[in-house]
Design a protein. Structure first.
Length: 663
């Protein structure tokens, strides 16, 4: 590997932590009111410190402790699924994994070592699960932490000397900086003599409301009022809105554990759907709310089964993502906890697209498998129903659905059919599917090395994956001559015109999979320091993995960790691969079951990393990106769901350039 200083992730930038001095000279100013000076150890200083302390509850889904947060990114194994938590937003992925389990015995294991951050931002290295358990058993959370009031940053302080002259202005951009600043108020060594907060300042409460304050007294009152503004709104109106916002999952039931994992859909018109088991069986019923003696009651009725879930349920507690219901019975109260599960909308899983079908008889008519071509390649965790229609009006009105969508005979060429996707809450969207039949009676593609081939794009005057049959639309790239001189049989990139190939169940690659990627490339870049991506899983360098060039256009492979790089170390030392070289080169990346990474160029192994820490993400993500920031030509992209042998890599290198549009 090359030295880290040359690794391309340095391009992402360096985060600077600084307190910005906005004033270099002493400025005379009218002395501030003594009440506006923030004294170390004062009630206001303490309240501000409690509000800016590290809130250990924000990641309780991972560590189940309010004493600390886990430093991110961190890699975990949740119910057997390995994933990296980059930000707190990624906890929704963890919640989805837990929601997918039909039991409440969720399992989470950290990949040690990890770093934990205490309420006062002290960092502690944890080397093992035993050390973590011991720490949790003995740690005591700072009970004075105020979780429900947050400063809206940036804020600033004026710093005075004893003569009340402004000597500095400190800008604060986050909780950590504010906490450290307040901790240093009584430190004579830091040069802070007197400090006052520059108003106005805005405080945001957990319930979404905000308040602007203009004095120390108003600020103290606003923070003290945090408790009142953090109480959950359990009004009937809010509960109804939350019930219909997403679906809900039974997280606890004190009588029957068999109900754990059942999914509730509180649909419009008081229709209730309960999905259980694999999701293929549903129970229908009704629901409505009422207010009785100051409490909100959710009534469930007309279920075709599971009578234990029927009746009046009193809402005992609520927040945006959890409800606790109580039902009084003759024996003992039944308590049921439901957690909100906002899975991705099914509408995000689909888009308008063109499907190209082989016209065997060249008569413009074929039997087309709509479900196989349109629905099967889509990965979607949200529940939905789908129908195909010949007109937009029929799709919008849910009428005249195509009876046998997997045996549909088109009526024109091209033809647009309409896919109606309907969520369980009754909302729907319609997508246009253009069907195009093309002549494919003859195909001279010999089909060399196609075993376990999941993506194959020869760039024959189009960007078409011959495996899925899907053509990428709206391409702005030019098509150029390939390595054998065949015109319009390779594709050119100018650094700004990349394109994406959708991830499907067939071509997805996740951590643990064996795979290989083969592509021909020809550089045109004149900036030696540019990092140019040839092929990438995901939309950003923080996702998946990348094949590209950097540092004198040297081939390199990187992953999600910002630290892994496998280089073609021979590149810079070879005369025939200078940056202005006009030759085509063949690049192959392989990964095997032992996470051994091999990089081949021009049929020869150039580097190997055995049992590596190469991490490509356990999430299949949505797209493969081709040519991001790339300046040059690409040809013959192949992605395999297996590890190519060195002989097979050599065979690919020896293949003649082609312009195939079929397989």
């Amino acid at each position: 590997m090359k030295a880290p200083i040359k690794f391309f992730y340095l391009l992402i930038g360096i985060l600077f932590f600084t307190f910005a001095s906005c004033q270099d000279e002493v400025i005379e100013e009218t002395p501030p009111n003594e009440q506006e000076i923030i004294q170390a150890g004062s009630n206001l200083a303490n309240l501000m410190r409690y509000s800016s302390a590290n809130d250990g509850s924000v990641d309780d889904l991972m560590d189940n402790s309010d004493c600390f947060t886990v430093h991110l990114p961190v890699t975990i194994v949740a119910n057997g699924v390995t994933l990296t938590i980059e930000t707190l937003d990624d906890l929704s992925v963890l919640q989805a994994i837990f929601d997918a389990s039909n039991t409440d015995n969720d399992d989470l294991v950290f990949l040690f070592p990890i770093i934990i951050i205490l309420n006062d931002y002290t960092e502690v290295n944890i080397e093992s699960v035993e050390a973590l358990e011991d720490f949790i058993a003995t740690c005591i959370s700072d009970e004075d932490i105020i979780e429900c009031a947050d400063f809206v940053y940036p804020i600033s302080f004026s710093i005075y000397n004893t003569d009340f002259q402004v000597i500095d202005t400190i800008v604060i951009d986050n909780d950590y900086e504010l906490y450290i600043f307040l901790e240093g108020l009584d430190d004579d060594d830091n040069g802070v003599v007197l400090a006052s907060l520059n108003f106005p300042v805005t405080i945001a409460y957990a319930n979404g409301s905000t308040v602007e304050v203009n004095s120390n007294q108003a600020l103290e009152e606003a923070i003290n009022a945090a408790g009142e503004n953090c109480e959950d709104d359990c009004s009937e109106e809010v509960i109804v809105e939350n019930l219909q916002e997403c679906h809900w999952v039974i997280a606890a039931h004190n009588v029957n554990n068999d109900y754990l994992g059942y999914h509730f859909y509180f649909n419009e018109n008081n229709l209730l759907q309960i999905i259980f088991g694999t999701g293929s069986v549903t129970v229908g019923g009704e629901w409505y709310t009422s207010e009785v003696n100051g409490s909100v009651v959710v009534t469930i009725s007309e279920l075709t089964d599971f009578n234990d879930l029927e009746g009046d349920w009193i809402v005992e507690s609520c927040n945006n993502n959890q409800l606790v219901w109580i039902q009084q019975t003759n024996s003992r109260p039944i308590e049921m906890a439901l957690e909100q599960s906002c899975q991705d909308s099914p509408f995000n899983c689909f888009n308008n697209q063109t499907i190209t079908v082989c016209d065997i008889d060249n008569d413009g008519i074929e039997i087309i498998e709509l479900e196989t071509l349109v629905l099967v390649p889509v990965i979607c965790t949200a529940y939905f129903t789908s129908t195909f229609h010949e007109t937009l009006a029929d799709a919008e009105n849910n009428m005249n659905a195509i009876v046998q969508p997997n045996a549909y005979t088109n009526i024109s060429n091209p033809q647009t059919v309409y896919l109606r996707i309907e969520a369980l809450n009754g909302l729907y969207e319609v997508f246009e599917i253009e069907l195009v039949l093309e002549n494919c009676t003859t195909c001279d593609n010999p089909g060399a090395l196609t075993n376990d081939l999941v993506i194959y794009v020869p760039f024959g005057d189009e960007v078409k994956d011959l495996i899925s049959g899907q053509t990428v639309q709206n391409i702005t790239n030019d098509f150029v001559a390939d390595r054998s001189g065949n015109q319009s049989c390779a594709i050119a990139f100018n650094g700004n015109n990349h394109f994406s190939i959708p991830v499907s169940t067939q071509n997805q690659i996740v951590q643990g999979d064996s795979f290989s990627i083969s592509i021909w490339f020809k550089m045109q870049n004149t900036d030696l320091s540019n990092h140019e991506i040839i092929f990438q899983k995901g939309e950003a360098v923080t996702e998946g993995f990348q094949m590209g060039v950097y540092d004198l256009n040297t081939p390199v492979v990187g992953d999600t960790t910002f630290g892994y790089g496998l280089w073609d170390n021979d590149w810079n030392g070879e005369i025939d691969v200078q940056w202005d070289n006009t030759d085509w080169h063949h690049l192959v990346l392989t990964r095997d079951s032992n996470n051994t990474i091999r990089l081949y160029r021009d049929g020869t192994l150039r580097n190997i990393d055995e049992n590596s820490n190469f991490n490509i993400d356990s999430d299949p993500l949505e797209n493969y990106i081709v040519g991001q920031y790339f300046q040059g030509h690409l040809d013959d992209l192949r992605v395999y769901k297996r590890t190519l042998s060195s002989n097979e890599v050599g065979d690919l290198f020896q293949l003649e350039a082609d312009c195939f549009q079929c397989l």
